[in-house]
Design a protein around this ligand. Structure first.
Ligand SMILES: Cc1cc2nc3c(=O)[nH]c(=O)nc-3n(C[C@H](O)[C@H](O)[C@H](O)COP(=O)(O)OP(=O)(O)OC[C@H]3O[C@@H](n4cnc5c(N)ncnc54)[C@H](O)[C@@H]3O)c2cc1C
Length: 415
């Protein structure tokens, strides 16, 4: 097979969703020659193309003061969008009763534009509409990554590869061990997002199905992005559910139509890596700190069920969960990291840390770790000194547990 020779980089990030965007910006800002490869023509992943524009959660509302727990590139991105007039940031000090009330809501078009701007300003190369399809390995190392381009299959090479595909595509292609869903064939449902045009929002026929555009309601069971046959079946099922809603609206002569649909259902879980450590729910809930902790997280256990709704366990102890670097290091690969939803966790922890602000914080930590490895000539990502990583991460403006204090919300919006 003819494979074209592409460029060589210090760091290549696969997937430009919440995690990949932050990983690539941080790696490039830290001086690494960086590329980010995205399979859709629009960056942002679930936040933009796959249709959930809520960024949860930058604060721990159960703290009595200094409630901000995540800062860094994710917060910078949201603040920049807010200044452009395309993000709504709620008062993080307000005593809301629901988690989602603290979500930052971003405009998906502006979010994608802002991502491309921030990546370009950092000096990262962006490859859009180009999928990772294969990986060359040499023992425990990834030696090259093959992407599909309009010119043909092309091999890119790098010192370090970061898997931010949410589905652990790179790690799985490289032969690393991964786990899908509960490990026994059960997987949380996905959701197909659709976009309505509503000519009369006050009409009673404009049901909540239209209002919520499928978000967290239009459950597609068995939606497994780690298996293309199952995914195809799920996407066809998803198309039918949206079509059925369209027909309901037509039969009711409702003053609303469905005029757009996401290019795929969004997945809540698929593959996650088996890492050097596996983040466990007891540690997550208690806010246990480890030597290699890189960021905080705040979201509850939220395992969506086939029967509708979720199995929920709220975090009420006041503790703030904290996440580890070693859970981003695949056990069987040297020059690879994973960040975002596909890090090494048990299932309950994954259902909690998959929220976007946390994925952004993990991505930023991975991008910096990769840049340090390149700069300091470290061959295995397991050997990156975590005390150095934590100190340098703190200097970027991220909140690093054990080094940085929690932040005051009002102060954090003055800058
Ligand atoms: C319906 C739904 C509702 C949600 N609600 C919320 C919410 O209210 N608040 C919240 O914070 N989170 C929510 N989430 C969870 C959250 O959006 C995701 O867990 C989060 O986006 C994961 O970030 P990520 O960067 O790991 O992955 P993603 O955002 O999925 O990004 C992964 C990127 O990798 C790309 N990619 C995949 N394979 C390849 C390949 N082979 N080659 C190149 N690129 C590839 C994808 O196209 C994508 O852009 C929701 C998720 C869903 C599905």
């Amino acid at each position: 097979m003819n494979i074209l020779k592409g460029a060589h980089y210090d760091v290549i990030v696969f997937g430009c969703g919440s995690a990949g965007f932050c990983a690539a910006v941080q790696a490039a800002r830290s001086g690494a020659r960086t590329a980010v490869i995205e399979k859709y023509a629009v960056p942002g992943g679930v936040m933009t193309v796959l249709g959930n524009n809520c960024v949860s959660q930058f604060n721990n509302p159960f703290r009595t003061e200094k409630k901000m727990i995540i800062a860094g590139i994710g917060w910078e991105f949201c603040r920049r969008l807010e200044k452009m007039g395309y993000a709504e940031i709620p008062d993080m000090d307000a005593p809301y009763t629901c988690h989602w009330q603290y979500d930052v809501k971003v405009n998906p078009v502006a979010a994608a534009v802002c991502m491309t701007d921030m990546l370009a300003e950092a000096g990262a190369d962006i490859y859009l509409d180009q999928s990772l399809v294969s990986v060359e390995t040499d023992g425990r190392r990834v030696a090259g990554a093959i992407i599909s381009t309009a010119q043909g299959l092309t091999e890119l090479t790098a010192e370090i590869y970061i898997d931010c595909t949410a589905d652990a595509v790179l790690c799985s292609l490289a032969g690393a061990e991964t786990i899908v869903g509960d490990g026994n064939g059960s997987i949380q449902p996905g959701t197909m997002r659709y976009y309505p045009f509503v000519s009369d929002p006050s009409s009673p026929e404009v049901s909540e199905l239209v209002e919520f555009r499928g978000d967290n309601r239009n459950h597609i069971t068995g939606y497994n992005c780690a298996d293309s046959f199952a995914k195809t079946k799920g996407d066809i099922q998803a198309l039918h559910t949206v079509f059925d809603r369209m027909e309901e609206l037509r039969r009711a002569n409702a003053p609303a139509q469905i005029i757009g649909i996401a290019p795929s259902a969004g997945a809540r879980e698929s593959r996650r890596i088996v890492g050097r450590s596996c983040m466990a729910i007891e540690d997550y809930k208690s806010g246990r700190l480890f030597d290699d902790t890189v960021c905080y997280s705040f979201w509850f256990v939220d395992v969506h069920l086939d029967t509708g709704g979720s199995r929920i366990e709220y975090l009420t102890s006041g503790a703030t969960p904290a996440l580890r670097y070693s859970a981003m290091v695949p056990e069987k690969l040297d020059n690879v990291l994973a960040a975002g939803r596909c890090v090494s966790t048990d299932r309950d922890t994954n259902s909690a840390l998959r929220v976007k602000a946390t994925c952004m914080a993990l991505g930023q930590a991975a991008g910096l770790a990769a840049a340090i490895a390149v700069r300091d000539g470290i061959g295995s990502m397991a050997d990156v000194p975590t005390d150095k990583l934590r100190k340098e991460l703190s200097k970027t403006g991220a909140i690093v547990p054990g080094i940085d204090d929690f932040r005051d919300y009002k102060a954090s919006i003055k800058q």
